[in-house]
Design a protein around this ligand. Structure first.
Ligand SMILES: C[S@@+](CC[C@H](N)C(=O)[O-])C[C@H]1O[C@@H](n2cnc3c(N)ncnc32)[C@H](O)[C@@H]1O
Length: 266
């Protein structure tokens, strides 16, 4: 956001409702044409709305993902080097998180990614990060976060994961309030950690209202992503033995993309 616009929003709550508009318009202008082309090539997509959303998401993420990654880098540089042992990343996307992890601390990396259009970029990121799928060092699973039993089956049983990574994905997970504790309790080993960086419901009442106003249209365009998920509250309700929660530096609480960051140990 331009600095002047930022300054105005700091003092005037009402115009904050418009703050997601520039990104929203840009995403549509970037994602629309390739999505229409995909629809032209395969008109049956019209009857598979979820798939159509995924096509849009992978196209717009190819353009936006690197910028969003850059914006989150100061947080990820601190958070993601804690990944160790068996790591499972929820909604790995194009694999942006991989470059922040320390390869030699990781014995096996599982990427949960239900959108197969994301896989080619994800595979490139795996290679760049020094993981070989052929050698079984990394596995891509086509499941959503809610498919907990299928994930457990792939892992060979419950409580096999040392580090669970959740970066900008719980916003898109249906029933995340229930799915998050189930994932942590059934996947993590005792002493395992969740590394989380998510945009959440803002603590500022007017911003919460604006997040709720935007969510119906935002979630249609961005593959189910909701701006109004109270993820920070839900993660804090899980019984952790240790937790470190911090804020994204410089981010105002009124931001409609207010982020929750933390390292939570079971
Ligand atoms: C905004 S992108 C973030 C990608 C990656 N975590 C990053 O930070 O670069 C959200 C990702 O979550 C995936 N996703 C959407 N719904 C999901 C679900 N129910 N379970 C797991 N992943 C999901 C999308 O396909 C997409 O790759």
């Amino acid at each position: 956001m331009p600095p002047l616009f930022d300054k105005i929003l700091q003092y005037l709550p009402l115009p904050r409702v418009l703050s997601p508009l520039p990104d929203f318009m840009l995403a549509i202008s970037v994602g629309l044409l390739p999505t229409l082309y995909a629809l032209w090539s395969d008109p049956s997509l019209l009857f598979h709305f979820k798939r159509l959303q995924q096509v849009f998401q992978s196209n717009f993420w190819g353009f936006f993902g690197p910028e969003v990654d850059k914006g989150g880098a100061p947080v990820k540089i601190v958070l993601l080097p804690y990944a160790e042992g068996v790591v499972l990343e929820i909604g790995a996307g194009h694999g942006h998180s991989l470059k922040y992890m320390k390869r030699d601390k990781i014995t096996k990396y599982y990427a949960l990614e239900p959108n197969t259009d994301m896989w080619p970029e994800l595979r490139k990121a795996l290679v760049d990060a020094g993981f070989s799928e052929e050698k079984g060092e990394a596995v891509i699973l086509p499941y959503g976060a809610g498919d907990v039993s299928k994930i457990v089956e792939q892992l060979g049983g419950e409580n096999q994961v040392d580090t669970l990574i959740s970066v900008l994905v719980l916003c898109s997970v249906p029933d995340a309030k229930d799915v998050l504790p189930e994932l942590c309790q059934r996947l993590l080993k005792k002493g395992g950690s969740l590394l989380m960086y998510e945009h959440c419901l803002s603590p500022v009442p007017s911003s919460r209202l604006y997040q709720r106003l935007w969510t119906p249209i935002w979630s249609i365009v961005f593959d189910g992503c909701r701006l109004d998920k109270d993820t920070m509250t839900w993660v804090n309700q899980i019984k952790w033995s240790d937790k470190h929660v911090w804020r994204k530096e410089g981010e105002p609480e009124w931001s409609l993309f207010f982020h929750g960051v933390g390292r939570f140990t079971l």
